[in-house]
Design a protein around this ligand. Structure first.
Ligand code: 5GP
Ligand code: ZN
Length: 114
């Protein structure tokens, strides 16, 4: 746990959030400023600041984030209509909270990005 980290505080119950899923590796909760009807964040329990810090030992964790997003997309009813997962890295990538997380967005037609 990083004492100064917002998402560590949410993961550890120090700050409230609308939690939709948790297991031994990850916690998922609704984004406080949703950009789509469904906007969930999927966060590892372990503090990792940026994607740049990932290494070979984290392969399973990243796979688990993606499979959790897939499962939550089904639960949220957006698996057939479609959804997007995003992970931002550092300033120009749009990262604002420095504890890695996956965004799951859906429930409307999303703007084409690339
Ligand atoms: P980033 O820009 O780092 O990829 O995403 C950070 C996300 O965290 C943003 O979409 C922002 O709305 C969300 N966020 C920031 N503070 C809070 C908070 O206190 N609670 C929740 N649930 N989401 C937050
Ligand atoms: Zn953290």
């Amino acid at each position: 746990m990083n004492e100064d980290c917002l998402f560590c505080k949410i993961v550890n119950g120090g700050i409230p959030a609308d939690i939709v899923y948790e297991d031994d590796l990850v916690v998922s909760f609704r984004d406080i400023s949703p950009q789509a009807p469904v906007h969930l964040l999927i966060v590892p329990r372990r503090h990792i600041s940026v994607l740049n810090e990932l290494n070979e030992e984290d392969k399973m964790l990243i796979g688990h984030l993606a499979l959790t997003a897939q499962k939550l997309a089904v639960e949220q009813g957006i698996d057939e209509s479609g959804y997007r997962i995003i992970m931002n890295c550092n300033a120009e990538g749009g990262q604002t909270v420095y504890h890695i997380h996956m965004h799951l967005l859906g429930g409307k037609q999303l703007a084409h990005l690339c």
